[in-house]
Design a protein around this ligand. Structure first.
Ligand code: HEM
Ligand code: FPP
Length: 298
């Protein structure tokens, strides 16, 4: 177990009551998980044509949330020494000593089992298998790869893209072109999303030894290119689900594409903190808007 965290807890940094509950909740990286769960809910709604039962719907949302929360908690357990050194992450419960390593491990194990059981009993086998595959790609592949190669982002993008497929299969959707187009949207969206972040926190990443596009090429040129090509690919796959659908959807998505493409081009031309922040903000605007367009126009 992690003696550093346990020692800090022993010296009295441990929280109690609601604050302790908040510390456990923050192990799940709640903002990312909430966005993931919105993708799950909308994919399930569209795939089922709204014909879901409340038990299956809530089991899918809570089950996916628990499995994702488990993956994020275990990622924090593995990365504690590096989280402790980065400004953005050093106040997390484990490096700050508010939770013990053993508590984080227990939390991750319990949420993994609970989430998997919920998905298996109340949703279906396909969704459960995708959930476990997603957990494995994140914890067993992406997390160690961050220290070895900048290709980690491609693997992380698979983990980030699979939850929407869980929503689709939970709603009875087949693994057809639409299903893979949805995975493609989430996959390619993560390039501009993360290249902005990789630039903003490049000094932290260099200091702790993470291999990111912006640490391998500190000029930002490769990160910019990946943001631009990611945004172009995002445009293409965002349109795909509309093959037999309305022109209005294609028009909305094409306008939305510019929301991503323009700040990506600006960032690529001259990487800077303000340009990266604008790109990150654009990514966080794009995804909910695209989800609503997809849902409404389906
Ligand atoms: C390679 C994949 C990804 C990486 C490495 C990544 C990393 C990050 C990081 C480090 C932040 C914090 C930025 C900050 O503090 O300024 C962030 C923010 C955010 N990410 Fe991602 N992310 C990825 C994929 C995703 C996915 C798939 C989603 C959801 C669908 C998502 C949703 C969000 C949201 C909502 C925020 C803003 C809230 C916050 O700052 O915590 N991300 N991401
Ligand atoms: C159902 C299931 C298992 C879903 C998993 C969804 C999930 C965890 C997506 C994460 C996407 C991602 C790579 C985030 C960054 O992690 P990071 O380690 O780079 O972030 P950090 O630097 O903030 O720790």
């Amino acid at each position: 177990m992690n003696s550093a965290a346990d020692t800090l807890v022993a010296t009295g940094a441990r929280t109690a009551g609601w604050a302790r509950l908040g510390d456990f909740a923050s192990l799940t990286k709640p903002r990312i998980v909430v966005m993931e769960l919105i993708t799950v809910a909308i994919a399930m709604q569209v795939a089922s044509g709204g014909a879901w039962t409340p038990s299956a719907f809530w089991a899918a949302i809570i089950g996916a949330g628990l499995v994702a929360g488990s993956a994020n908690a275990l990622n924090m357990w593995i990365e504690q020494p590096y989280d402790a050194q980065m400004r953005r992450t050093r106040r997390r419960p484990l490096p700050a000593g508010r939770l013990a390593a053993s508590e984080v491990m227990t939390f991750s194990a319990v949420t993994l089992v609970a989430g998997t059981v919920l998905l298996a009993l109340f949703v279906n086998t396909a969704t459960t298998v995708i959930g476990v595959a997603c957990w494995l790609t994140y914890v067993a592949l992406y997390t160690p790869m961050k220290r070895r190669t900048a290709w980690n982002t491609t693997v992380g993008a698979v983990s980030g893209a699979l939850p929407i497929l869980m929503g689709w299969t939970a709603g009875g959707g087949a693994l057809d072109l639409t299903a893979w187009a949805l995975v493609g949207v989430l996959f390619f969206w993560q390039y501009p999303h993360f290249m902005a972040i990789a630039w903003m926190y490049r000094e932290d990443y260099i200091e702790v030894g993470y291999k990111m596009t912006t640490t391998v090429d500190p000029t930002g040129w490769h990160a910019g290119l990946q943001a631009v090509f990611g945004s172009i690919a995002l445009w293409g796959v965002s349109i795909l689900p509309a093959v037999s659908h309305e022109a209005v959807y294609v028009s909305i998505v094409s306008v939305l594409a510019l929301v991503m493409l323009w700040p990506s081009i600006q960032f690529c031309r001259a990487p800077s903190d303000p340009a990266a922040k604008r790109l990150l903000r654009a990514s966080l605007v794009y995804l909910p808007l695209w989800l609503v367009a997809f849902w409404m126009c389906w």
